[in-house]
Design a protein around this ligand. Structure first.
Ligand SMILES: Cc1cc2nc3c(=O)[nH]c(=O)nc-3n(C[C@H](O)[C@H](O)[C@H](O)COP(=O)(O)OP(=O)(O)OC[C@H]3O[C@@H](n4cnc5c(N)ncnc54)[C@H](O)[C@@H]3O)c2cc1C
Length: 422
């Protein structure tokens, strides 16, 4: 592994055979999350592929020339030509391997894979999920000197990191940008000393043995596990939704509203998220059409009042989407009126879907007692139906799902565990 500057780019990269190049920055949590994976893979693939790092802040001209706009960005080159997909954000080990494997012949790959040694590590507690619930549990456990590892399939922060503004988290007079609030929560827990394994693939979870496997080869064992995996947005199930996800259909206004400056947008939903996010989207879009299945919105009164006074937003009641297609770069949403059964086509530049959430329990669905909606049942200490397995936050069966309630659950589980382990 070698650090280069832009003056060495031609020699090291363009005339350098097979190369992986990491544009990194300082004070960049996703870059920190990538660093150990990059180093680890350089030991495996380093004899055949050159692993180079370049400090983006000091090599801005080159970054701009190559169109690199964020850190980290991984680029792959073969004989001076860029190959494969560029990787950015929370980069997983499996995504890097996928690109590296493309550059090598099968016999070489076999040799490399044979060198991969499974590893086993042991902690007191594994926390699955680094949203507010998991991060708070991590903080309390760490402050009780309990050896804890936080594991997340994405970067830390959970749903808060994709919420544009949070105005109801106590302690802040002004609304806080969601990404900043979650960043601060994460830094607080990390600085305490909790071990992070983020942007990983969670391959297997064995609740009975209290053991998980990440990235296929790394086994982590613990005395207790806290499940804090949160929820995922529901899909409408209409034709074309799966294919157009990320290509016209979004589930995150904070992430994507900015791409709809002066454009027209359709929003599906009528609860708090749909109504509040429609208002946010209207800061960018010229027109927002909300499609809701009932004859009334179900959001709270304050959010509804704000929506009704926004001249950019109109609402179509009693209707559901039936199909999404893309025609000449525009989205066509076919909706059906549930009363008259009439169908209507709405043409827009993009569609946002906010129709509730479902719990992330795929890896342990059959093992735990769940409520009728699939949320994990817990007792007052956040313990589940399996001894030593706890669950906190949005993934558990409860009435109200907010940052404050997730944080409270995380606190309770951590204190109960600390009492037992100490
Ligand atoms: C659009 C929107 C706006 C919101 N606005 C507000 C607001 O203003 N105020 C408020 O209080 N609440 C708000 N909420 C609700 C709030 O975000 C949640 O209640 C809170 O984030 C729940 O925290 P959590 O830790 O339980 O789960 P999450 O924040 O969902 O975090 C779960 C984490 O688990 C990870 N994960 C998932 N599966 C796995 C797996 N198999 N293995 C490991 N990790 C996994 C995810 O990557 C994620 O990081 C909003 C929610 C949405 C969707």
């Amino acid at each position: 592994m070698k650090e280069i500057t832009s003056s060495e780019f031609d020699h090291e990269v363009l005339q350098g055979g097979k190369v992986i190049l990491d544009f990194y920055s300082t004070e960049c949590p996703p870059c920190e999350a990538l660093a150990s994976k990059f180093e680890d893979l350089s030991k495996l693939y380093g004899n055949d592929i050159k692993f180079l790092k370049i400090y983006r802040q000091q090599n801005r001209d080159l970054a701009e020339k190559l169109g690199v706009r964020s850190s980290p960005t991984l680029l792959f080159f073969n004989d001076g030509k860029e190959k494969g997909e560029r990787l950015t954000g929370g980069i997983k080990r499996s995504d890097i391997i996928h690109n590296l494997d493309f550059m090598l012949p099968d016999n070489k790959l076999k040799e490399i894979k044979a060198q991969i040694k499974p590893s086993v590590s042991e902690y007191d507690v594994i926390i699955l999920g680094a949203g507010p619930g998991g991060l708070t549990a991590g903080l309390y456990l760490c402050q009780s000197k309990i050896n804890t590892v936080l594991v997340d399939i994405a970067l830390p922060g959970g749903q808060v990191s994709t919420t544009h503004e949070v105005s109801n988290y106590p302690g802040f007079i002004e609304p806080q940008a969601g990404y900043l609030l979650s960043h601060n929560m994460s830094e607080q827990t990390k600085m305490c000393g909790t071990v992070y394994k983020v942007a990983v693939d969670v391959t297997r979870v064995d609740l009975e043995k209290k053991e998980i496997v990440i990235d296929e080869y790394e086994t982590i064992r613990a005395k207790k596990i806290i499940i804090a995996t949160g929820t995922t947005p529901n899909r409408t199930g209409a034709a074309g939704e799966k294919e157009l996800k990320g290509k016209g259909i979004s589930y995150c206004a904070t992430c994507d509203a900015k791409y709809f400056d002066n454009k027209e947008v359709v929003v599906i939903g009528g609860g708090n998220s749909a109504v509040e996010e429609s208002d946010f989207i209207s800061r960018f879009a010229s027109k927002v059409t909300v499609v809701h299945q009932f004859d009334k919105l179900t959001a709270n009164k304050k959010a509804q009042d704000k929506l009704f006074s926004n001249s950019k937003i109109s609402i179509i009641f009693n209707s559901e989407p039936r199909s999404f297609i893309k025609q000449e770069g525009r989205m066509v949403t076919e909706i059906e009126n549930l009363v008259s059964k009439e169908r209507l086509k709405l043409v827009s530049d993009g569609v946002f879907v906010f129709i509730g959430m479902k719990p992330n329990i795929e890896l342990f669905r059959d093992k735990l007692q769940l409520d009728q909606w699939g949320y994990i049942k817990t007792d007052e200490n956040m313990q589940t139906s399996i001894p030593d397995i706890y669950a906190v936050g949005d993934v558990i069966s409860k009435k109200y799902r907010q940052i404050t309630t997730a944080v409270a659950d995380g606190t309770i589980a951590a204190m109960a565990i600390a009492k037992e382990l100490n």
